[in-house]
Design a protein around this ligand. Structure first.
Ligand code: ATP
Length: 559
């Protein structure tokens, strides 16, 4: 497909806010695509060049785009920047500038969609010193071969800010409509592949049913709903429930395919290299040649053998060097709580109680290395409440309560699993706006407007400015500024609007009603606890969670 054709679809998408219309436009586009370009186009309309499981970013900053635009149009970078400040969108800026320049020189060459896709992907693949100029050159070349409209969308794609309003739900519905497939089946296939490009190709060939979870390819994980007490757990899950210690570590999906063991985080980032100790434990203590197990890796105090909070081991996740040393210094114990695949078979449709039996049969426990999460199956509120207290006493976060008959439902907050904690749950929120500091903090972004989600929208819930450090290790203002600057969309004096990408965990004393924030709530004494790089944007806290905590604290049902 010519890129120009795709651009016409982008314009139609941008021209409507109605979900149904967007779905129809996309369904028509998907129908028109050849099989071999369908996946690329599915990624492109989502404003990316990667499937969702692939955590790579294009990583090209607005500053570099300014440079590329300047070199193609001959307008100096400062003037481009001035125009950017005025328009608030570099896509519109490049469109205007290229339009001015090309009025007389008509393009004869047609730009191919695959060429655009490959070039943008190359930007993510070129890393290391000396590649910056090469990248700017690649972008400049692409822009000089494009007409003004094409340039608008190329720039926005490179900045990972396409602005055509296509979210996961619309892609799902459009695939379903284009290829006459059941919406639920499309979604289930996505939760297994985490790749709408692949799902679209399968749907086109009427092969959605053939898709199975398989070792080596990360799938979405099952998620839990927050509840306030054991009684609510019984109401949501049935008369008899399985309670498990809720450990404060981080989630690892372990895949074994014969000799190959691979570890993935909940965002499907591969962390096999960072955890050679876990790979060894799995080899030693989990029987079977092919399996996928769901686990929590929990930090241990080397001397006492007690559990440590997640923060103590979080540094291991991104570590690239001294891995063995880190494994010794910050040991982890693998707590296994579920199995999704075993011995050539998907187990996702088996009830929890059966899956747990398979785990019990095939895992040899060794304290400090591999264990199954401690569990209690009960039909009594007081037993669950006692078990909850026992878990807290052992240094854990609380309990996970599970429906004993629930199948494994990846990627969704369903009532199969509930989590029970006794603290006011910190919120995972996304930064949408920031403010520059003053005095000795001038130049740094020091205050952050945070938002929760409401389906496809973000609703603000106030500003947070404490919890960060001036300097040293850990999360500093400088580090936050570095993370946020490439995401700036618009600046208005000290205030800057950013793409909603950076997720932070925010602690607080209380949730209050507010008339100034769009969620209708604000946080009392908010403080930044940590970055949540392990969480995708669609899993941040929702307005429903906020309402729930607000009501819960009013009822003072804290156990
Ligand atoms: P959420 O996963 O609900 O979006 P979150 O990332 O803030 O929120 P928590 O509130 O800590 O996570 O609760 C869910 C997490 O608890 C799971 O993703 C998993 O990593 C962890 N966990 C610890 N013990 C268990 C267990 N026994 N069963 C399932 N998950 C557990």
């Amino acid at each position: 497909m010519n890129y120009n054709e795709l651009v016409k679809y982008y314009e139609k998408l941008e021209g409507t806010t109605k979900k149904l219309e967007k779905t129809d436009i996309l369904a028509k586009l998907f129908k028109e695509c050849n099989l071999d370009e369908l996946d690329l186009i599915v990624y492109l309309v989502q404003g990316t060049v990667f499937p969702e499981w692939d955590s790579r970013n294009i990583g090209f900053s607005s500053r570099l785009i300014l440079k590329a635009i300047s070199s193609v149009t001959g307008v100096n970078a400062e003037d481009v920047e001035k125009l950017w400040k005025k328009k608030g969108d570099l896509g519109i800026v490049v469109e205007e500038l290229i339009g001015r320049k090309k009025q007389t020189t008509l393009l004869t060459r047609k730009l191919d969609t695959k060429k655009v896709f490959d070039t943008i992907r190359k930007l993510a693949e070129l890393v290391g010193k000396g590649t910056v100029n090469k990248k700017v050159q690649l972008v400049a070349e692409l822009l000089s071969n494009s007409n003004e409209k094409e340039a608008r969308y190329i720039v926005r794609t490179i900045l990972e800010d396409l602005r055509v309003g296509v979210k996961e739900g619309i892609i799902r519905d459009a695939i379903s409509k284009a290829f006459e497939q059941d919406t639920k089946e499309v979604e289930e296939a996505f939760n297994i592949t985490v790749d709408y490009g692949e799902v679209a190709k399968l749907a086109k060939r009427n092969k959605l049913k053939e898709i199975e979870i398989k070792p080596g390819r990360p799938a979405k994980l099952m998620l839990s709903v927050l509840i306030s007490d054991a009684e609510e757990g019984f109401k949501a899950l049935g008369e008899k429930i399985q309670a498990e210690y809720k450990m404060d570590g981080f989630r690892i999906q372990v895949h074994r395919n014969k000799d190959e063991i691979r570890l993935f985080t909940r965002r499907m980032e591969e962390v096999t290299k960072q955890f050679p100790d876990v790979v060894e434990f799995v080899k030693k203590y989990v029987r079977g040649e092919k399996f996928i197990i769901d686990c929590e890796a929990v930090g241990l105090n080397k001397k006492t053998g007690n559990y440590l909070p997640f923060q103590n081991i979080s540094q291991r996740i991104k570590r690239k060097y001294d891995i063995e040393q880190m494994a010794k210094e910050f040991p982890v114990e693998l707590n296994i709580f579920d199995v999704l695949y075993f011995d050539e078979k998907s187990l996702m449709n088996l009830p929890l109680i059966e899956r747990r039996k398979i785990l019990e049969k095939n895992v040899k426990e060794k304290k400090g290395e591999v264990v199954l999460t401690k569990k209690l199956v009960s039909d009594k509120v007081n037993e669950i409440s006692d078990f909850f207290k026992e878990s807290l006493k052992a240094g854990n976060e609380g309990l996970m309560l599970k429906n004993i008959n629930s199948i494994y439902t990846p990627g969704r907050y369903v009532n199969g699993w509930c989590k029970l904690k006794n603290v006011l749950e910190p919120l995972d929120l996304v930064i949408t706006k920031c403010f520059y500091g003053e005095g000795k903090r001038a130049g740094w972004l020091t205050s952050f407007t945070v938002a929760c989600k409401d389906h496809d929208k973000f609703l603000t819930i106030g500003d947070v400015s404490t919890g960060l450090k001036e300097k040293g290790d850990g999360l500093t203002y400088e580090k936050m500024t570095k993370l946020l600057k490439p995401l700036i969309i618009k600046e208005e004096r000290r205030q800057v609007f950013v793409k909603p990408k950076i997720i932070i965990e925010v602690g607080y004393e209380e949730i209050q009603k507010s008339t100034t924030s769009s969620s209708g709530y604000s946080l009392r004494f908010p403080r930044v606890l940590q970055l949540r790089t392990d969480k995708p944007l669609n899993e941040i806290n929702s307005i429903k969670d906020v309402e729930k905590i607000y009501n819960y604290q009013r009822g003072k049902k804290i156990i």
